[in-house]
Design a protein around this ligand. Structure first.
Ligand code: NAD
Length: 472
């Protein structure tokens, strides 16, 4: 490996920068490699290239754009094992999680490639016709976080390109490598300038969101950054899709068998070491089954292997970066000071690696930090309830509204609860089910707009009403 093995992709070229930063393996805290830090000039070049490439790409027949997306899926598939290893190395997740993410990236490219926004004739009357159609926006700026770096990038790349836009993408500075490499490989199957990748710090994200030649920003990240993105995007009224944070409740009804659901409930919270926007972050358990389910969860957690994702039996990896690790340590310290009881976990080892053990907290007060804040780490409060109206009110008492789940043997009763939850996705007796065909988006301060499905595709377009009348 050379010192800077992955380049930015600007106008079809591999581009390096005089300035670099370090990509760190979160399981070892060792340097993986340096990566380029884009200057303002790099960003200007990327936006100019995307702008120049736009007219031809927008005019490219949709079938050709479909083939390009399928070719993008192929380049990931041809390098699948190397992507999996790079993802484990830079993100920290276990092998199962990395396979899921890389497989998902391939699947999403292929499925979004089949989606179409057809023209619709809304009126045909005599010699008059009214048609609504979708036109591409122009240059899209995409900004991604560090928890699912490649999959969440593909959630933006595929619909943006499919609808005829060109793209400038900025990965998180904590996990830039898979995205940079994908950008490089993509140049072989796309015209120059259609898909540009620039890496850099948070200031690069700010420049992107302020840029007057960008027509839309698609952002996934925290709610606080989302607010800043919205402010910057106001300068030229950019279209916006914001996928933000959540504090997702899971409600367990009294008729469930604790033994039967403990495993699914565990992974609903702890998959990807709980660095999952839709992780169950507050687990409300009916008092009749609270003790038994708590015991089952502890027993299951005891058998889960935490470690370096490169070791084959690792199920949970470290947190992705020191900043997040320290944030979660601080949350644990707060619980300790408040006298919360840890059913398991709570003690953090000395490293190396940003490892935090699975921690279950026994019924802390509803206003505790570990209940009201998005932990984004493996710390889960178990919360007791007696009354259904009360637990629904508690579940909804949050500025967030990303996702939720309800667990019950009586599915109709569970659905009645689900329909009262204020969240963009509500699962019943399952969690983390996504599809290119299912709309995904947040209510309240968890976001704006939709990703996936034809609703998500439409967000990469302007709608045009075309009215035709024949002259006499
Ligand atoms: P973050 O907001 O810190 O960073 C996200 C991205 O924004 C990064 O690429 C970062 O460099 C960039 N950025 C930072 N400041 C910016 C600015 N002022 N202008 C423009 N861009 C800027 O989020 P994170 O810590 O990387 O990710 C964790 C958060 O993301 C969590 O809150 C999680 O819930 C959320 N998330 C949401 C979803 C979803 O689909 N709703 C998915 C994954 C993660």
């Amino acid at each position: 490996m050379s010192e800077v093995p992955y380049a930015m992709s600007i106008n079809g070229q591999r581009v390096f920068s005089g300035e670099t930063a370090q990509a760190i393996n979160p399981a070892t805290e060792q340097l993986i490699c340096d990566f380029p830090m884009a200057s303002r000039e790099h960003l200007e070049a990327a936006v100019a290239a995307a702008k120049a490439a736009f007219p031809a790409w927008a005019a490219t027949p949709v079938e050709a754009r479909q083939r390009s997306l399928e070719a993008l899926a192929d380049v990931i598939e041809q390098n699948q094992e190397a992507f999996i290893e790079l993802l484990i190395t830079e993100q920290g997740k276990g092998r199962g999680g990395a396979e899921w993410e890389i497989g998902g990236a391939i699947h999403w490219c292929r499925e979004i490639a089949k989606q179409r926004l057809e023209e619709e004739v809304v009126l045909r009357q005599g010699d008059e016709e009214v048609v609504t159609r979708h036109t591409p926006i122009g240059v899209v700026g995409a900004i991604t976080p560090w928890n699912f770096p490649l999959l969440l990038a593909v959630w933006k790349i595929a619909p943006a390109l499919m609808t005829g836009n060109t793209l400038v993408l900025k990965p998180s500075p904590f996990t830039p490598l898979c995205t940079l490499w994908f950008g490089e490989l993509a140049q072989a199957v796309l015209p120059a300038g259609v898909f540009n990748v620039v890496s850099g710090g948070n200031e690069l994200g700010q420049w992107l969101t302020e840029h007057p030649d960008i027509g839309k920003i698609s952002f996934t990240g925290s709610t606080s950054t989302g607010r800043r993105v919205m402010q910057s995007a106001a300068s030229n009224l950019k279209r916006l899709t914001l996928e933000l944070g959540g504090n997702d409740p899971a409600i367990v009804l009294p008729d469930v068998d604790p033994k039967a659901v403990a495993k699914d409930l565990f992974w609903a919270s702890f998959a990807n070491s709980a660095q999952f926007c839709v992780a169950s972050k507050r687990l409300y358990i009916h008092e009749d089954i609270y003790d038994e389910l708590a015991r089952e969860l502890v027993a299951y957690a005891q058998g889960v292997k935490l470690g370096n994702g490169m070791e084959p039996d690792t199920e949970l990896g470290p947190l992705q970066n020191r900043m997040q690790y320290e944030k979660v340590c601080d949350l644990l310290e707060d619980s300790r000071r408040a006298g919360h009881r840890f059913l398991i976990g709570g003690e953090v080892g000395s490293g190396p690696g940003f490892f935090i053990p699975v921690t279950l907290i026994d019924n802390p007060p509803e206003d505790s930090r570990c209940v009201v804040e998005e932990a984004f780490g493996p710390v889960l409060p178990l919360l007791k309830y007696r009354d259904l109206d009360d637990v629904i009110a508690r579940a909804n008492d949050t500025p967030y509204g990303l996702a939720a789940s309800v667990w019950g043997r009586d599915v109709q009763a569970a659905e009645r609860v689900a329909r009262r939850i204020e969240a963009g996705t509500v699962w019943i007796n399952q969690a983390h089910v996504f599809s290119p065909g299912f709309a995904f988006g947040g209510h309240k301060q968890s976001g704006l707009g939709i990703e996936n499905s034809l609703h998500g595709l439409a967000e990469y377009t302007n709608m045009q009403t075309l009215m035709r009348k024949v002259l006499p």
